[in-house]
Design a protein around this ligand. Structure first.
Ligand code: ADP
Ligand code: MG
Length: 240
């Protein structure tokens, strides 16, 4: 579904992503892991075209992303980052409805979708629909961030360290909610983390990056039993 083919990205003379190739199948949960600065966020931001690639090709369903219209990209992909970035003066409902509203969905359909998403993320719609972000805990805000990304029923969800700032218990519940949602909806997920436990828990396949290069693409079992390099061994062995 997503093909990343010999993609590179330079910032000035610095090569942040160096001829990286990988694929993501339809419905797959793909985790990108690697140390800070290894190029993970840059990869994600090229997939949703926040920044252009310098070389190589990125295809979604066989189509080069360069040829997709902005609204087409928005329709196909949801994006969640660590600092949720909810609009502070908007209610939960309006925050979640951002993309469907831009896409011109009718109001009743948006309202039903918000209800459905809040229920999916264990937030009581009667209590939280009209709440403002500052009235929510960090975990609840991140749930709203996930709901906002899923609002227009994208087939692809891109997540950049979405749970890294949360305490372990909240993080564990968001991980299991996310797993349930993606199994229920069949959404394809590309999930960036630097936490191997999280990667092993969530991924169908893991791609390990280091210094802008892809150093291993494998299933969690293969990563555990046959780490391709000392870095991968170190990530697997690292204590929390
Ligand atoms: P990661 O998400 O794995 O921590 P990033 O993709 O954010 O890594 O960054 C990879 C490298 O590219 C880092 O060295 C970072 O400093 C550099 N980089 C990222 N974005 C920019 C930018 N907009 N301008 C200059 N350098 C950048
Ligand atoms: Mg990053």
């Amino acid at each position: 579904m997503i093909q990343f083919e010999r993609v590179s990205k330079r910032f000035g003379s610095w090569t942040a992503v160096d001829t990286v190739s990988f694929t993501v199948d339809e419905g797959e949960f793909r985790v990108l892991i690697g140390p800070s600065g290894s190029g993970k966020s840059t990869v994600l931001r090229m997939i949703n075209r926040l920044i252009p690639a310098d070389g190589g090709a990125i295809r979604i369903d066989g189509e080069d992303i360069v040829s997709l219209k902005p609204e087409e990209l928005r329709r196909r992909m949801g994006y969640v980052i660590q600092s949720v970035g909810l609009f502070p003066h908007w209610t939960v409902e309006r925050n979640i409805a951002t993309v469907p509203a831009l896409l011109g969905w009718p109001k009743p359909r948006i309202r039903d979708r918000v209800t459905e998403l809040l229920e999916m993320l264990n937030l009581d719609p009667r209590r939280y629909r009209g709440a403002y972000p500052h009235q929510l805990s960090g975990g609840q805000q991140q749930r709203v961030g996930v709901a906002r990304a899923l609002a227009a029923e994208p087939r692809i969800l891109l997540m950049d360290e979405p749970f890294s700032a949360l305490d372990p218990i909240t993080r564990a519940s968001l991980q299991s909610e996310l797993s349930a949602i993606r199994h229920r909806t069949g959404t394809t997920v590309v999930f960036v983390t630097h936490d191997m436990d999280e990667a092993l828990r969530l991924a169908d396949r893991i791609a390990v990056m280091d210094h802008g290069r892809m150093i291993q693409c494998a299933t969690p079992l293969e990563i555990l039993t046959r780490p391709a390099s000392p870095l991968v061994r170190d990530l697997v062995g690292r204590e929390e």
